[in-house]
Write a protein that binds this ligand. Structure first.
Ligand SMILES: [Zn+2]
Length: 428
């Protein structure tokens, strides 16, 4: 199956290359050509042609840190401090979660991803078999990990995480990959971290962690161990594995150096950090030190969306304000964090995240016919500062169109939303 997407302004996102009136040829799910239409090599007519109508073609967004099933708790317990929100609202509701609830949440969450141009998400939660099933059905790409904390049942949870890796890693035509998880320093012990690192080494798996999200986390770690959470994880060998570290708000200069030297990927979650008043991640300083920075929405319970376009805009605006420098976190950089930076953070840098020949065709199309697109100057700046999610008219993963003209093709969205309403009745 070949598809030609033509008449689009292409941002490839692997470098600052832009191709006006460009086209992309997709062959068997992979990008076979990207360039000017006039230079497309002669070959057999494509099976399908998609007219970009002068809009913008981008690689799909990579949401590098979320808790997809927390769409169940969207809007529940807003405007509380982190501790009250977790202990009085989130944890009691999560205790009432039942098998099947997460599949419902995954359908609503993945539909929101596809409507928002997200082609890959990285998920940390429970009931991952249900999420994997919906990933398989819906056609999206996902990196899954089972949340890991110390305490009763740790060995069973670790065995379950290992089983998850064996059952799903590389499955669904390679659309599913699996990582191990260290939920955070404050929910684990030296023993559990060592066990997880050993297991990750045995499986050759990456590890997804929460790192230095709040000042309280860093203060607590210093009291417990006399070091920062980044130093603590480094000392325990965590960073010898490929690591995706969410939040990375309260980092010392030494911590940033560790992340840079060990190749730890940071995931910036500006909406969640602002809503929970956790603090501002030092994004420009991390970039300057050579740390790969990705973007994530965190769960929809602390965001309250899975909207990567909004996250990209917030990353640029907050990056400038916190650095008191309007040149910090420029639009192209923010957009690259949302695409290629995310793919690299998830070990998928050779698979997706940019529009390059040989990569999978994970693509989105933006319609630029609305007034906020006039006049058209710098495409990246216009996407980051002016575009609306409603402008995204097509989402494709591995060459398959999963959303077109604001309609999700692989999920019955009204039915999933109705079911969500029923499920939440027993949660709170
Ligand atoms: Zn999180």
């Amino acid at each position: 199956m070949t598809t030609l997407i033509e008449n689009a302004h292409i941002l490839t996102m692997d470098n600052r290359r832009e191709i006006p009136n460009g086209c992309v040829l997709v062959d068997d799910g992979k990008i076979a050509y990207v360039g000017r239409r006039t230079e497309l090599p002669q070959r057999a007519a494509p099976d399908a042609v998609l007219d970009g109508k002068g809009g913008i073609l981008l690689p799909g967004f990579v949401n590098a840190h979320t808790h997809l099933a927390m769409t169940l708790l969207r809007g529940y317990g807003s405007d509380l401090n982190l501790q009250d929100w977790l202990t009085k609202k989130i944890f009691p509701a999560e205790d009432r979660l039942q098998t099947g609830d997460c599949a419902t949440a995954a359908r609503v969450g993945i539909a929101e991803c596809l409507l928002g141009g997200t082609t890959t998400f990285s998920d940390m939660y429970m009931f991952m078999d249900e999420t994997a099933r919906v990933v398989r059905e819906s056609g999206i790409r996902a990196v899954l990990c089972r949340g890991m904390t110390a305490g009763d049942g740790f060995e069973e949870r670790l065995a379950d995480a290992t089983r998850l890796y064996r059952d799903y890693h590389g499955h669904a035509d390679g659309r599913i990959s699996v990582m191990l998880c260290i939920h955070a320093e404050y929910t684990n012990t030296e023993h559990t971290v060592r066990r997880i690192v050993d297991e990750a080494g045995r499986l050759s798996a990456g590890i997804h962690v929460h790192l230095a999200e709040t000042r309280a986390e860093v203060d607590g770690c210093r009291q417990r161990y006399g070091v920062t959470p980044a130093q603590w994880m480094d000392n325990l060998g965590v960073f010898a594995r490929p690591v995706t570290a969410a939040h990375t708000v309260w980092l010392s200069d030494g911590d940033i150096q560790i992340l840079a030297e060990k190749g730890v990927h940071a995931v910036h979650n500006p909406a969640s950090n602002m809503k929970l008043a956790s603090g501002v991640a030092p994004v420009q300083r991390m970039l300057d030190a050579g740390v790969n920075v990705a973007l994530g929405t965190d769960g929809a319970s602390s965001n309250n969306t899975l909207n990567m376009l909004r996250e990209t805009q917030l990353a640029a605006l907050l990056g400038k304000l916190s650095a008191m420098d309007p040149t910090a976190v420029d639009a192209y950089t923010a957009l690259q964090m949302a695409t290629l930076g995310g793919a690299r953070a998830l070990g998928l840098g050779d698979v997706c995240g940019s529009i390059e020949v040989g990569k999978d065709a994970d693509l989105i199309l933006l319609d630029t016919s609305k007034p906020w697109w006039a006049p058209r100057h710098e495409a990246a700046a216009q996407i980051v500062y002016a575009a609306s999610t409603e402008d995204i008219t097509m989402t494709m993963v591995r060459g398959r169109i999963l959303m077109q003209n604001r309609q999700v093709k692989t999920i019955d969205v009204p039915a999933a939303m109705e079911q969500m309403q029923t499920v939440t009745q027993h949660l709170y």
